[in-house]
Design a protein. Sequence first.
Length: 553
Amino acid sequence: MIRTLVFLLLVYTQAANCQNTVTETHKLAAVCKIWGFLKYYHPNVARGDFNWDKQLKDILPKIEKAKTKEEFSLTITNWIDSLGTVPETKIIDNESGSEYFDENFDLSWITNNTLFSKNLIKKMKFIEQNRFQGDQYYVSTFNAGNVFVRNENYLNFKPDSKESRILVLFMFWNVIEYFYPYKYLMDKNWDKSLEELLPVFVNAGGEEDFYVAVKRLTVRLNDSHGLFYKYPDPNPELNKNKYYFPAGVKIIEDKIVVTEILSDSIANADNIKVGDVITKVDGKNVKDIVLENKEYVNGSNEAFYLYNLSLSILSKYSESVELEFLENDNYKTRIVNLHNYHDSHMNEYRKKEKKERFKILDKNIGYVDMGLLKIQNIPSMIENLQSTKAIIFDLRNYPNSTYEELSNFLNSKPKGFAIYTRPDLHYPGRYIWKDPTVTGFENKNNYKGKVIVLVNEYTFSQSEWTAMCFKTADNTTIIGSQTAGADGNVSVIDPVKTFISRFSGIGVYYPDKKETQRIGIIPDIQIKATIKGIKEGRDEALERAILFINQGI
């Protein structure tokens, strides 16, 4: 009996010790949150009294030695005490009186983390309640409220240093934690991403592993603006060591379909034609390629992800690729040559066909290529298309900031078309609704015909903003497929001068506060490109628009 009691007591003691022991990932994740919180909330830190990166480097060895909750909390408590007194402050929330947007705001981790003692929790809650109210030293805003990182010195960054990698992760994670307007829309909780990717950063075996880790972190934003690229080659198209397919492609139904020939001579030499269907790349099914790249290619939604993947799926660091083609229900495999960017895109350089900015189609239908139309072209466009029965504005491209002038032509009166949020730097993590953005004016001479807007996954950012603006016109119909789902101005994370990451910097919504991020602009009439249509050389969305104009169906 005594032996049994002793054995049970020993087991209980060991279990208690195990529960009280904390893992490195658990500790580092907590330090990341505390370091970021103090950076933007503690008055003495947020105004720049300390070299905050050095403070992190100094505290990390102490954190590593802490083996229990008590040791961890005491280490953090002593660190906070060393930062000086936090005076009681009269906080006036949101002096503008505007409504808060709080989907992103969450400081609940302060009170529910199993690592924190009551005293530590009390200290951090006091800091929140008496937070810094001046100009933030480490972050500021521009444009409509985009944040930018400042007063960060990463000139001595070394990707082979564990300490440096942790610092970059903590900096990046906290910028997104407090200043990414769509954090709440991510597929995976941002806290979870920190826990999962922390070991990846800690254990990165070399420079390339580190940059892949940052890329994965950026992709976790689920943001079509969420681009990552490494210097000194910010434009991967100009990478001289890469080779390219001589055609544009689109991924449809787990197949790669050739949509456009970019170099006639090269494509002819390898018998590449519009409508060709590719089912495998170097022996791998396209479906598998799509699935395995989810962690490495950005996109707010599946439509833009597939578009983004299609840009790189047939570019390699070798001069050939093995492709399996589907031809007349038969599968044929052959080696296709790849070429440098200039040669493989020769048609773009030659510009053999001069596209028209606007024109009149059959049956008095106007057509405007929004990617080509510029502000100086608008008076001539209005003069030529004013009397048409409909105008098709093709937004399957990137426009040239023409939305305001065109909206004045289309609208009979002023209307709100968007509302956005900006971060409150006096209460990091919270956002404030701005007044609706209005377009148009009292205009009896506005356009009286039907307004058609064509959209697809190429309709991105300013294109989506323009579509929202045009939607306010008196007789507008949007036709096409899901857009990129990333509106608003772009913010960047670039204190490390070897790479840059970007993200959507302000939250853009419809006037009724419905989201556009990730969802995109929802067409009134859905129509997607098909393999059959591409083979036949048809523009199915344009055809559908003309049918709607002429027959109302």
